[in-house]
Design a binder for this molecule. Structure first.
Ligand SMILES: *Cc1c(COP(=O)(O)O)cnc(C)c1O
Length: 224
């Protein structure tokens, strides 16, 4: 299937999900997660209008970036090690996985400008998942104050791999509630307007629960 065809299907579902909850599709940024696919397929996605692309490994992102560069806005969605920050920080539009002060410190010393960051939250508490527990989020954000180049634009989560709609919905709802709590802190460096949540399996539910950034790989660009 062409990316263009897949995008039409996804956009239709995005529009319908928005309609169900009285939101505007303009509020939703679709990030094409290209981690499984080739440079050619990534370029096809960009040509189809998907200028926001996501990668979860630094080496793979850099490989693609060398070819594609500023034709796309790069979103780093995977775990970022402190020692790798330097390699990507001035190439990305946003980092979706901030959950360690050591990484914030590296961003602050290596970035040429303020960088949009999402705090990754492990809402479900699964041991296999990265991210902070919900209780840790506000204390963590308060620790980021000295790092002037880190701007906390939102929260990110990966829902558990389950079919149960209520479980998924609950996860997303908890992240939205937490986002509201962060906003109420009124920290100048943490406007925290956004919710990066929803993947191929669950983006419609995520949108119904307030997602502003959905990260879609397999159903949009495929897995090979
Ligand atoms: C792979 C990945 C996605 C996309 O997952 P799909 O199920 O293929 O849509 C989204 N977010 C993150 C962090 C990922 O690693």
């Amino acid at each position: 299937m062409s990316v263009k065809g897949n995008l039409e299907n996804i956009q239709k579902k995005v529009n319908e999900a928005c309609e169900r909850v009285n939101r505007s599709p303009d509020e939703i940024t679709i990030i094409a997660v290209t981690k499984y696919v080739t440079i050619e397929r990534t370029e096809e996605a960009i040509a189809a209008g998907l200028i926001n692309v996501g990668e979860n490994r630094t080496d793979e992102m850099l490989r693609k970036y060398e070819q594609i560069n500023d034709k796309a806005n790069w979103h780093f969605v995977g775990t970022l090690q402190s020692r790798k920050v330097r390699e990507v920080v001035n190439k990305v539009a946003a980092i979706h996985s901030l959950d360690r002060v050591s990484v914030a410190k590296q961003i602050n010393s290596r970035s040429e400008k303020t960088l949009d960051c999402f705090i990754q939250v492990n809402v479900s508490g699964e041991a296999s998942k990265h991210g902070l527990s919900p209780e840790e989020v506000i204390p963590f954000i308060k620790q980021l104050e000295p790092y002037e180049k880190v701007r906390v634009v939102g929260l990110m989560t990966m829902a558990p791999h389950v079919e149960d709609e209520e479980v998924l919905r609950n996860n997303f709802r908890k992240l939205a509630t937490l986002r509201d709590e962060v906003k109420r802190e009124k920290l100048s460096y943490a406007p925290c307007e956004y919710l990066s949540m929803g993947m191929s399996n669950d983006f419609e539910i995520a949108i119904e629960e307030g997602a502003t950034h959905i990260r879609i790989g397999s159903d949009l660009v495929g897995t090979q």
